[in-house]
Ligand binder design. Sequence first.
Ligand SMILES: [Zn+2]
Length: 287
Amino acid sequence: MRLGLVEKGNYKTREFDDLTGYGMEVNGYTYDFGRILAETRQRVQSLWKIECPPDLLRKRLHFSELQYFNRMVKTDQYGIFYRNTGANVCLGLVDEEGTCNLVIHELAHEMHYRQGRYESCDEYVQECLAIMTEQEFGRRSFEFNPHFTGQQMLDQLMELPGFGPLSFLERWEILSKVGSIVQLSALINRYLDDREGRLLARWLETYCPGPEEDRMILNALAQTSQSYALYNRYLLLHRFIKVSGKYVLDRNQVQTLVRALGVLRELDQRYPDEPLTNLMEEVFGKL
Ligand SMILES: [Zn+2]
């Protein structure tokens, strides 16, 4: 456990085995590390149902004074996770309780990393997972990416009855297996479709020739709707399932649909102010 300090204008790093019994004041906020660590141990235990690994706090959690942290991290972050050193939390921006929330956010990245799933996924998924963990205790709003998008997608998932009511650990298991923003988008679409009576799932069963084509369509839908709000996803799913003949589609027809979804994505980027329903008519109306 390292403490980054600024003493008389000098940047210093002090090593501790345990910060219990140590306290400090930064920027008008007072921090009692014994309380922060005890709270963190308890949170790890209650979230992941494991005894907090001793080396987690001793070796992989560090704090820095605001000035020190700003020199190390040049963006708008309150905390940062590095694979090599672990979780780094800034002191002097929020009070002790808020700091416990910053700690659990960064430790969520550490847990994800320890499970071997951190490096194989993109930063949207990494942040979505850490923000979900932090939000068990308090909500912070993010104005920058990947955090902003990660939080928006989490909000959509939490609103859906197939995901939101699950226990933290169940949600963690599901989200930590996701690899990319497109897979995250596909997951939202799936829970949304479940809520809507599995219209899309039944459409696929009826008109799609096989599992590979299912995946192509679900993936294209996920890509196109990646930055959609829940309502626009709903509009897209409803409009999409109206595009079909009376028969099972052949592979060419499936590819036509996948291409159409790509065109919708392009139109959406080119005409961001045009209502989605108009763009969808433009694309699907001709099929
Ligand atoms: Zn994070």
